[in-house]
Design a protein around this ligand. Structure first.
Ligand code: DON
Length: 509
């Protein structure tokens, strides 16, 4: 509603992005944030395309073995909870970069409904009250004292966050520097330090967003524009869709045996490459063009057959000649002018590191877990990483976030994305196929049951109770290991589709 209000005032999608990003920090602190980061892909009304990286960075004092014990064992909790888990936040720098380049309304005007939301509060839904209940203990334990997020809330209660409203007011008055150099920054650094973290004022001072070239590729007559490294999203989406492209997947049928096999095998090969090649492009040389080239993708799929599953154990990353070597949220906006944005933003896990800077009113991320803490050790999403994603001071941790904008026959066609950790890429990919190949509308495409595979572990995960037992038997016969968990979340997709008559159709999970 806050985003819509900004559009109604005559603001554009970029103004609405800023308001929405901040409103989510008030009303969806589970993932919406000032203490996290994200990515935005955009396409202006004039057809210009680009991407903004406001991903968190490793602190200057970070080092590659910081999550290992003295005998080299990975201590998984250290990268997930508390001070050391926190990466240098990028979101406030992100909204100011957007404002500087594309904003049309003054920042005070854009932030004013957000300040009002934080001051007047929002009404808690049933799901939110359950969520608060579920996390209040761990938030209390991690912080060592009480705050508004350690209380009991019932559905219908109003939650006000005055500390956050005050933080917004200072940011509206003093701008970006309030967070990275000013009072807010100092309070933040002191708080993180008191919880065992290593982020200093130098880290905040050194933080910069990066405007990046998005990943652009064709799937049939679609031109797909998605996030480039340090997200793996765009490259993996390109690899998977281009692996599928030569096959008549619409003839196989949605979620049919053959469609699932084809998609799974494409995913397996892509996630194996992800684990070896991908990392922050400011630190490692990612062979982007070669990874998404037709020849390379064709060679990766050469040993694929419908007869049986490839084994992840026997599959490695592809060879590139000459190469050296569960909480997030997404929103899409298309405005009255034709500007489109897709933004995925995150604290990583639910409420991030669980550290809540109560004087400032916001949670801090645990994005450091997205680094590969030790080669071969899975992170919270079961993703295995290599040297390319090792911890280095000031480096950005590899992401799977896949905010994506699509053109069809040269015109804007879709803005789409989702949370879901490693499942983001495969959820976005299935949603695109659902509309394009299986002729669903936007909402049907979002609703349709999804499945997921990521190379390792060598299993295919399905949404529960919607795929047939016969299908599972056939897949198992061919060598696939099936997992059907009772409450598994495979993405929570949000998208906008531009219909042929120019109307916009939203789809929300
Ligand atoms: O950047 C990433 O890939 C992860 N930090 C995203 C985490 C996420 O989607 C959790 N949501 N379910």
């Amino acid at each position: 509603m806050v985003g819509t209000q900004i559009l109604e005032k005559g603001g554009n999608a970029f103004d609405a992005m800023i308001a929405t990003e901040m409103a989510l920090a008030v009303a969806f602190p589970y993932a919406g944030n000032l203490g996290g980061g994200g990515f935005m892909v955009y396409r202006t009304e004039f057809g210009e395309i680009g991407a903004l990286d406001f991903r968190e960075k490793a602190p200057i004092e970070a080092y590659s073995t910081m999550f290992l014990s003295e005998d080299g064992e990975y201590i998984s909790e250290k990268s997930k909870l508390g001070g050391l888990a926190v990466g240098v936040p990028g979101t406030i720098a992100g909204i100011f970069s957007v404002h500087e380049k594309f904003g049309t309304l003054p920042i005070e005007e854009v932030l004013s409904p957000v300040i009002e939301l934080a001051e007047k509060g929002f009404v808690i839904t049933e799901q939110q009250s359950e969520r608060f209940k579920k996390f209040k203990e761990i938030i209390f334990e991690t912080n060592g004292d009480h705050s508004i997020f350690t209380k009991n809330y019932l559905e219908g209660d109003t939650l006000r966050n005055i500390a956050l409203a005050n933080t917004f007011k200072r940011i509206a008055e003093y701008g970006r520097q309030e967070f990275y150099q000013g009072e807010t920054g100092e309070k933040l650094v002191n708080y993180i330090k008191s919880k065992g973290g290593i982020i200093t004022m130098d880290d905040l001072d050194a933080y910069e967003t990066e405007w990046r070239e998005p990943i652009i590729f064709n799937y049939k007559n679609l031109k797909i524009i998605s996030m480039s490294p340090p997200s793996s999203g765009g490259i993996c989406l390109a690899q998977i869709l281009k692996s599928i492209e030569p096959y008549p997947i619409n003839e196989y049928g949605h979620n049919s045996l053959k469609a699932i096999q084809l998609i799974t095998e494409a995913e397996r090969r892509s996630y194996a490459d992800r684990s070896f090649y991908l990392g922050d492009p400011d630190f490692v040389d990612v062979p982007v063009d070669r990874l998404i080239s037709d020849n390379y993708i064709q060679s990766r799929m050469e040993d694929f057959t419908f007869d049986n599953a490839t084994s992840s154990q026997n599959l490695s990353y592809g060879s590139i000649p000459g190469y050296e070597s569960e909480e997030t949220t997404h929103y899409s906006i298309i405005d009255q002018f034709g500007n489109a944005i897709a933004v995925t933003t995150t604290l990583n896990a639910a409420y991030g590191s669980k550290l809540y800077a109560k004087e400032l009113g916001f949670f801090l991320n645990n994005e450091m877990d997205d680094f590969s803490a030790k080669p071969g050790e899975p992170n919270m999403f079961g993703l295995i990483g290599g040297e390319a994603n090792a911890i280095v001071p000031q480096k950005r941790m590899l992401s799977s976030m896949t905010p994506t904008i699509i053109e069809k026959d040269g015109a804007l066609w879709m803005s789409v994305g989702t949370p879901g950790g490693s499942k983001i890429i495969t959820s976005v990919m299935q949603t695109i196929l659902n509309v394009y190949e299986f002729k669903m509308n936007m909402q049907e495409a979002v609703n349709a049951p999804r499945f997921h595979h990521q190379w390792l572990p060598d299993i295919v995960t399905f949404e529960p109770d919607v795929f047939s037992k016969e299908l599972f038997i056939e897949l198992e016969r061919k060598g696939y290991t099936i997992e059907e968990k009772p409450s598994i979340m495979i993405g929570k997709v949000d998208g906008i589709l531009v219909l042929e008559d120019g109307r916009l159709e939203g789809g929300a999970d």
